[in-house]
Design a protein around this ligand. Structure first.
Ligand SMILES: *Cc1c(COP(=O)(O)O)cnc(C)c1O
Length: 376
């Protein structure tokens, strides 16, 4: 937790549940990222946290933006982003959204199928397009698996088709899965991209861009490699495969940019046991899966907790949200332990929750309001 967030929580004691996020930390993360990968252009993955103060700060720093919908594009434009700084990176787009983006001046689009290329050729004629390929997601705690991307062989065919359709076949992208803890995931993926470049060169098409996607991790309960380790592995692989004919490099960090800038402050609503002998206490918070903690699905992302009793004796707990749905149980199998002194009414903090929380909150399930947000 940054000192500014700690001060805000202490002095303002905002109503819970809420997210408090330090915009200066976002700037620090942006600067660390470009220091680790000086040749890459940053396209912030807006879905991680689309709050206007974040977008405005990043516009000021010269960042670009990866948007997944026309609505996200509008949000970026309203925050001052130039349309040329926006990539429409979702491979699944309504044609009306493509048309709106193109009319607004967006010129860079992702695809992974022929049907999407046909939409792009009709509604964004002449645009730069890049094809997303499937790569392994091993090592990712929030994998994206097979939903997006096509096989490398199909990418070759589709890029030739893009040229025939009058589009500009610009490059190849991939995503190694979110909260990726292994630097080797990028190295393997870059090798695969290089083969597509070579194949297409032989077919007369010179690709100019590699988009490395997101995935760069945040520290939750476990240590993760530093961003410099990712930068070194990535640049090593780029030089190994492309030599001194390096293409343009794009990166789309989401979680890394905002995750450790934010903290969710929550209240303990109830601490109970299922029987007198049961050592496991159930701790119910005023935020759960429907309040924004969607990434606790399958206990995939394991947030670290801070309580007023840290340092005292601890015991095992199951941690759950406040709604009347049994899937609103956050952690049952991940060996969480919290202080025995924890009691109803205590305020607790969930650390490094600046990414993928605010917009995942349901509208009003069981009447609970979406998460409040404070940008400091
Ligand atoms: C979600 C997403 C990202 C951001 O991923 P992180 O793991 O948060 O860095 C980047 N690119 C695309 C296309 C995405 O869908």
């Amino acid at each position: 937790m940054t000192p500014k967030v700690a001060r805000f929580l202490r002095d303002v004691a905002p109503a819970t549940p809420c997210l408090v996020l330090d915009i200066d930390r976002v700037e620090e993360n942006y600067r660390r990222l470009i220091a680790a990968m000086p040749l890459a252009r940053v396209f912030y993955a807006v879905k991680a946290n689309p709050a206007t103060p974040i977008l405005e700060r990043l516009v000021g720093l010269g960042s670009n933006f990866d948007a997944a919908s026309w609505e996200e594009i509008e949000t970026c434009l309203a925050a001052g982003a130039r349309p040329e700084a926006i990539s429409f990176g979702n491979t699944v787009k309504k044609e009306s959204a493509i048309r709106a983006a193109h009319a607004a001046g967006v010129r860079l689009f992702a695809f992974d199928s022929e049907a999407e290329l046909l939409k792009l050729s009709r509604s964004a004629p002449g645009a730069r397009v890049y094809c997303r390929i499937l790569v392994g997601n091993d090592g990712a705690e929030w994998p994206l698996s097979r939903k997006f991307g096509c096989e490398a062989k199909m990418a070759r065919t589709l890029m030739l088709r893009a040229a025939e359709l009058g589009l500009d076949p610009y490059g190849i992208s991939f995503h190694v899965g979110s909260q990726q803890t292994k630097t080797s995931a990028y190295e393997t993926a870059i090798g695969r991209v290089a083969m597509v470049f070579t194949d297409l060169k032989e077919a007369g098409i010179n690709l100019r861009m590699v988009n490395l996607g997101g995935g760069y991790p945040v520290r939750y309960r476990q240590e993760v490699p530093e961003i410099d380790d990712f930068g070194a592995a990535i640049m090593g692989a780029m030089v190994e495969h492309f030599g001194n004919a390096l293409p343009e490099i794009l990166i789309e960090p989401g979680r890394f940019m905002v995750g450790d800038a934010g903290v969710v402050s929550a209240e303990v609503v109830l601490v109970s046991r299922k029987s007198e002998e049961d050592p496991v206490r159930w701790v119910y918070l005023d935020i759960g899966r429907f309040g924004g903690l969607a990434e606790t699905e399958g206990e995939a992302i394991k947030y670290a907790f801070r309580t007023p009793h840290d340092g005292g004796a601890e015991g095992p707990v199951t941690i759950a949200g406040p709604t009347c749905d049994s899937t609103d149980t956050l952690y049952e199998k991940s060996n969480y332990r919290l202080p025995l002194a924890l009691d109803c009414g205590d305020r607790v903090e969930l650390l490094a929750t600046g990414a993928y929380v605010t917009t995942y909150a349901s509208q009003a399930f069981n009447g609970f309001r979406p998460l409040a947000e404070h940008y400091v």
